[in-house]
Design a protein around this ligand. Structure first.
Ligand code: KG4
Ligand code: ZN
Length: 336
């Protein structure tokens, strides 16, 4: 089964075609992304501009995905139905439904987070269920135990900002551009280790026990305090101190979850999984045999159409279908 997947939940208009791969797996035949540049001037995504740009680009992007895959008509269509900016999600969702309806094809609406969560299954070293899945993006930071398609337990989540949001906000404090993640990533390589040390915030339950949750807003406040106390501090030193602390807390929860569940297989996805320092630390854990880590290439960590087409194909093969009355959802826990 060949499936066209469409993604428009935030500031990327993306479309991809997937088909049958070796050993019953899925292979990506095309993966086309148009990244919206209009938001850079505003320091963050402007929802209305995002919707308009999606409306402008969704048809050419989907056409390019079909052309590059050498397919004139797929066997099914999948589109992100949430979570995300409602107006933005609606563009891809309505287009996907219209396409499926016009072609008389089955349609399925996909949870964007489930797209990220299962995207490591597209890799040659795909994990087997059950595995731990860390989804770290600009809007979400959650650690799941994945049992099967559609069956995920949330083990830990952020209680305030998402990890990517923290990277973006710290970049803004340092007067760097948007999105901040890649800029901090680059700048931190010029930073001097140990000049500043930031706290590693712990989230506790009522019994004062450390949970598997994160607080990135506390870390952001700590960066602000350093900048107030040392206005002359080189941005690279602060970027490095922030990144070290953020990566430390991300990995702390993952390692504790592995101990608590006995699951040693970890799949990482979402925009922040493109971070060099996080990737290097995950690589060390994998080399040492502490965890078996599946980490997609950078282009598959940030938003893309392949992850939506992939979950679409799995769901359509499992016989799932959505009606043309399916609506967009701003909030949506994967598997719910
Ligand atoms: O998954 P994604 O493309 O979109 C969402 O669904 O949110 O993630 C975007 C987020 C942004 O906050 C961006 O700053 C962050 O991922 N990001 C990074 C890096 N590349 C993207 N964060 C840290 N280091 C990076 N290299
Ligand atoms: Zn995303």
């Amino acid at each position: 089964m060949y499936v066209l997947g469409i993604e428009t939940s935030c500031d990327e208009t993306a479309a991809a075609v997937v088909g049958p791969g070796p050993d019953g797996g899925t292979v990506v035949l095309s993966d086309v992304i148009h990244s919206q540049k209009v938001h850079a001037a505003y320091g963050g995504v402007v929802p209305e501009l995002a919707s308009r740009s999606h409306a402008d680009k969704v048809v050419v992007t989907a056409r390019a995905a079909l052309d590059q895959a050498g397919i004139t008509r797929p066997d099914g269509v999948a589109a992100t139905a949430g979570p995300g900016l409602l107006g933005a999600v609606l563009v891809g969702l309505c287009f996907g439904k219209a396409l499926a309806s016009g072609w008389g094809l089955p349609f399925v609406g996909i949870n964007h987070l489930e797209g990220h969560l299962l995207s490591p299954l597209l890799e040659p070293d795909a994990p087997a269920f059950p595995f731990l899945a860390l989804v770290v993006s600009g809007g979400h930071t959650t650690l799941y135990r994945a049992h099967a398609l559609g069956r995920y337990d949330v083990l830990g989540s952020t209680v305030d900002d998402a990890a990517g949001e923290a990277w973006d906000k710290v970049a803004r404090m340092l007067g760097l551009g948007y999105p901040g993640g890649p800029v901090i990533d680059r700048l931190a390589t010029e930073g001097r280790p140990g000049v500043f040390t930031l706290p590693r915030p712990v989230v506790r339950d009522r019994e004062r026990q450390a949970t598997l949750d994160w607080s990135f807003s506390g870390l952001k406040t700590a960066v602000r305090s350093v900048l107030q106390a040392h206005p002359e501090a080189p941005a690279a030193d602060v970027a490095l101190a922030f990144q070290e602390a953020a990566v430390d807390v991300l990995l702390d929860r993952v390692l504790r979850a592995a101990d608590q569940t006995g699951i040693r297989s970890l799949a990482v996805s979402g925009g922040v999984a493109a971070n060099s320092r996080l990737r290097a630390r995950l690589g060390e854990l994998h080399e040492r045999g502490t965890l078996r880590v599946t980490l997609p290439p950078r282009s598959r960590c940030t938003d893309n159409g392949a992850m939506i087409a992939h979950v679409g194909r799995l769901r359509l093969l499992a016989g799932q279908r959505d009606g043309l009355d399916l609506g967009a959802r701003a909030q949506w826990t994967p598997g719910a």
